[in-house]
Ligand binder design. Structure first.
Ligand code: EPU
Length: 427
């Protein structure tokens, strides 16, 4: 079992280069199926979710070659199966993007009920609503979701809830359908726009991504392309908060400052200094922060994926801060861990009330999901002394080289392997 050992209390200083966006990449890899040709992807984050999707692509007959750490050559002309093996698909959430891409190209997709972070109920009714509207049937067979269509036809689809996954899956399915599809009440996240840009580079005709309405004219003339994945706004936001929380000074490079406006504005409100330039942001921390209230919302609102890291910072902000989670039922599990570090937090359903304490104290804690893990890394960097973070596989699903990047900024974090034997003796 692996853990992080963090000796906190040191400000992070220097510069960090942000990797490609996980939530764009995990949709773009399945989307290459539409090309039936060779795609070269650049700025691909080297994280375990991507490793699983490479295996999924290979399992359906695609050939995937690494041209470098962040470059992949994917040939989907040889895809000969529409079934994602159960043991692979359940490892992550985004395996469900193979439903949209396989359905679009072959009229059939079979994917296991997806896994991913446990954030409460994660239905896929809106994905299925879109597939059904385009003419596909769906069936659940031994925990496999099977979607099938003789012929996909464009439709007017109004989503009941704003969903990143359903918006992307509908774009994938509609790209090769006959006629025009109009999607309303869609997600506007930067990764939704990035997937639309990728589809267009492969020959699709997707317009309006980033607004409330997306229009897709279906085409069968898709082809390969070379595409560079957008920088990860959540990784960038995490380092921005880490700079502020450790009273540090970090230049965050390879970012799109426009995608970071909600976190930039919150950090300024609590007292950090944030300066934007073309493709960087510079964050300088303050000695003490003031409290604030946050409500997470679909883009361009405050992103739910940065809620836990801001929670870590607010533990020591002067006064009372209230975080209201607007997307997920269960995204405050990290608060129990922060309480072990001396934080004063009351959670009631989707609302958490933080009473600022003077400082956090080191403790052994565990990551309960990906962003919870990032929050605990930041909390451990804030707390003077040695903390241990367990269950770090969650963190490594989504952050490229997090240990290396923090160490380069002067943070004292090490990944250690604790032998199972030692663990048995300890308990
Ligand atoms: N929802 C439905 N029905 C659906 C789909 C979603 O009711 O068919 C609800 C969800 O239950 C939730 C809300 O709609 O309450 C939003 O869910 P969404 O579909 O937007 O989330 P997702 O696509 O499953 C992606 C990211 C998450 C991120 C959310 C919200 C990926 C792979 N995951 O999830 O990222 O929190 O959008 O922005 O893109 C993370 O990176 O840590 C992470 C969890």
């Amino acid at each position: 079992m692996e853990k992080y050992i963090v000796n906190g209390g040191k400000p992070l200083r220097g510069e960090v280069v942000i990797s490609g966006a996980k939530n764009a990449a995990v949709a773009i890899l399945p989307a290459t199926v539409l090309a039936g040709d060779v795609c070269v992807l650049e700025n691909v984050p080297d994280i375990s979710d991507i490793h699983y999707e490479i295996e999924m692509l290979k399992s359906i007959g695609a050939s995937v070659e690494r041209l470098g750490r962040t470059r992949l050559r994917i040939d989907t002309s040889t895809v000969n199966s529409a079934v994602i093996p159960h043991e692979l698909g359940v490892k992550m959430r985004a395996s469900y993007y193979f439903l949209g891409s396989l359905l679009s190209r072959f009229g059939e997709g079979n994917v296991p009920m997806p896994g991913g972070c446990d954030l409460g109920a994660r239905p896929i009714d809106q994905h299925l609503k879109a597939f059904n509207a385009l003419g596909a049937s769906d069936e659940l067979d031994y925990a496999m979701i099977c979607v099938k269509a003789e012929h996909l036809r464009g439709e007017h689809i109004f989503f009941d809830t704003v969903s990143v996954g359903a918006t992307i899956n509908a774009m994938l399915a509609a790209s090769m359908a006959e006629g025009t599809t109009i999607l309303e009440n869609v997600a506007k996240e930067p990764h939704v726009v990035d997937v639309a840009n990728f589809l267009n580079t492969m020959g699709a005709d997707v317009r309006g991504a980033g607004t409330d309405v997306i229009k897709i004219r279906g085409t069968r003339n898709m082809h390969g392309c070379t595409y560079t994945i957008v920088p990860d706004q959540i990784e960038a936001g995490t380092f921005m908060v880490a700079a502020a929380a450790t009273k540090g000074d970090i230049w965050i490079r390879n970012v799109e400052p426009k995608h970071l406006e909600s976190i930039t504005s919150k950090l300024r409100v609590v007292g950090a200094t944030v300066t934007e330039s073309d493709d960087s942001v510079h964050v300088v921390g303050a000695d003490r922060y003031t409290s604030t209230n946050i409500k997470t919302m679909p883009h361009p609102g405050f992103p739910t994926d940065l809620q836990p890291v801001m929670g870590a910072l607010l533990c020591t902000a002067e006064g009372t801060s209230i975080i209201t989670e607007g997307i997920w039922d269960s995204r405050f599990k990290y608060c129990d861990e922060l309480i072990k570090m001396g934080a004063s937090i009351q959670v009631n359903g989707r609302v958490a009330v933080f009473e600022g304490v003077e400082k956090l104290r080191p403790a052994p804690v565990k990551a309960t999901d990906l962003r919870a893990g990032a929050a605990l890394v930041i909390a451990a960097l804030m707390a003077e002394g040695q903390s241990e973070i367990a269950e770090i596989q969650h963190v490594e699903r989504g952050y490229v080289d997090i240990v290396k990047k923090i160490r380069a900024l002067g943070g004292d974090i090490t990944k250690v392997e604790i032998p199972e034997d030692a663990l048995r003796k300890a308990y």
